[in-house]
Write a protein that binds this ligand. Sequence first.
Ligand code: AKG
Length: 342
Amino acid sequence: MISLYNIKAIIKRFFQPSPTVIREFDLETLPWIDQPNADIDGFARQFASRYTDLPYDMAEKLHFWKENGYVVLDKVIAPEWADQLWRETEELIANSEQYKVNIRVDLPDYQHAPVQEARALPKSVLGGKFIKFMDFHNASIIGKKIMLHHSIVTFLEAVFGERVVAMQSLLFKFGSQQATHQDFAYVVSEIPSHLAAAWIALEDVQIDAGPLYYYPGSHKLKKFDFGNGIFFNGNSTHNPNDFARYLDEACQKAGIERKTLLIKKGDVLLWHASLAHGGDPIRNADMTRKSYVCHYSSVSAYKHHRHRAADEPKRYSLNGADVFLNPSLPDQEDIFRAGETM
Ligand SMILES: O=C(O)CCC(=O)C(=O)O
């Protein structure tokens, strides 16, 4: 006999709504510029008084962004700022035993624990390839000042139509050689379409140093399905290699030509959450490709530090944007202070 308890259990098992599988960004919360009839000229006119001190034309850049999914801002970071950030990175490598800054190591020997504190790693590994210095901005005042540079955050504030919150950063000494991807699959905020990134050249990029490549207009492609929607996580049945193959083929089919980023020290590439990009192979093993990548969201989409979802974050604010202090490593915050007087 089927008891009431069993009936309830059957109903629960078969009629519970399954977790929503996301296949596209939600139209309602899409940044205004990604909406079909975005009035870019009207927007730029409305806020024109805010843009008079920028070294670029806001309306022109916004049109280019909508069409291509990226913009390049020339000469926005002072060379002394780029040099200071790099001096601090070299200090971290040289005296790594003193620092707890997190490092991601994408080498076979580290697959069991790819993220380690700097002090736990041999200097030969730290100063080599397949290394990402994670959230260095938390340790560095100049890192924070570059991340929240007026020219960068003013553009992104225009794109989101809201206050900008920086989410995370990665510093590279060498080219990443990373397969083609779109960042929204890996860097997820409460509103996944509220995401953009900056690639900041800390030296002139050489063609043999494994430059960044990208596909203009690829932000409009149909999204890849990891088997459980558009985000890559523990339940995905497809992997980053499948993602890369899909994107390379989709761009080829759409006739999109792959571009190589050969910008100069202090120049910045800003890219859309869905711009397909990756790192070219390093053809000259001795060549560095010093760069600083920062990811950004909006105040409505990134409300808590990703390590401490329940707590109100402590903020560093500059140029009308915020970045959260790292609640997991409070004694490493701003240990590099030279940026204070720059
Ligand atoms: O700089 C690179 O080579 C890749 C960086 C990148 O793809 C990313 O951080 O999303």
